[in-house]
Design a protein around this ligand. Structure first.
Ligand code: 13P
Length: 252
């Protein structure tokens, strides 16, 4: 049985006090409503990681970062290394998010370096891929995702690949309120799994956790998660409200 995972990507939201409140609300809500057999990961802005790790340690959820540096250490002002994150108790890191590709010019090459450094330092990458609207309209979405997956992951060995979580986030669904249909999500997740199977073998592909992201909320999560290749969600806006986030956790 593959793991089920729901991760919340807070992006650049919340003040320190608001973040503190939200972390405790999520903890309380999880205690009250339960989480079944779902792993819960909270990915706050980096200044709140230490506080998040402290609260998570008492409350049985995990903490992920939203980015890490493609360099190991040294004179890179403003950067945060994989080793720093690991030393604080951060277990996961979102990498390859479309917002970082678009606004920060992150290339497949830089993302591959980040994945390598994450793995070297005991951080599990949540690798995001997904096409923009024009690419889907031109029916290029499979080509785009094939290219993103192969560029970022195909240099890895089998053992390294077993650490990876993939998130399919169609860019046209992120923050738009337009969710991929359950059929669209399932067919792309199945396709991603087939890419991994062709390269790394069926056993590894069968164990690969593939999350869906893009306007996933408490209302539509259940029909998305009901698909055989959808193993959970990477949640943006709906992760900023504890009740909604925990309702999504309980949508399997
Ligand atoms: P929304 O859930 O706000 O669409 O964001 C999805 C996302 O980008 C998660 O990484």
């Amino acid at each position: 049985m593959r793991k089920k995972i729901v991760a919340g990507n807070w992006k650049m939201n919340k003040t320190f006090q608001e973040a503190d409140d939200l972390l405790f609300e999520i903890a309380d809500e999880l205690n009250e409503k339960g989480r079944g057999d779902v792993d819960v990961i909270v990915c706050p802005p980096s200044p709140y990681l230490e506080m998040s790790c402290d609260i998570a340690a008492e409350n049985d959820f995990l903490v992920g970062a939203q980015n890490l540096s493609q360099w190991e250490s040294g004179a890179y002002t403003g950067e945060i290394s994989a080793a720093m994150l690991h030393s604080m108790g951060v277990t996961h890191c979102i990498l390859g998010h479309s917002e970082r590709r678009t606004y920060f010019g992150e290339t497949d090459n830089a993302i591959a370096k980040k994945i390598d450094l994450a793995l070297k330092n005991g951080i599990i990458p949540i690798y995001c891929c997904g096409e923009v609207l024009a690419e889907r309209q031109q029916e290029k979405h499979y080509d785009v995702v094939r290219s993103q997956v192969s560029e970022a992951l195909f240099h890895l060995g089998k053992e390294a690949l077993q650490q990876i979580i993939v998130a399919y986030e169609p860019v046209w669904a992120i923050g738009t309120g337009v969710t991929a249909s359950p059929e669209q999500a399932q067919e792309m997740h199945k396709f991603i799994r087939s890419l991994i199977a062709d390269k790394f073998g069926n056993d590894i592909a069968d164990d690969l956790v593939i999350l869906y992201g893009g306007s996933c909320n408490a209302k539509n999560a259940a029909e998305l998660f009901a698909n055989s290749d959808v193993d959970g969600g990477l949640i943006g806006g709906a992760a900023l409200k504890a009740q909604d986030f925990v309702a999504i956790v309980n949508s399997f």
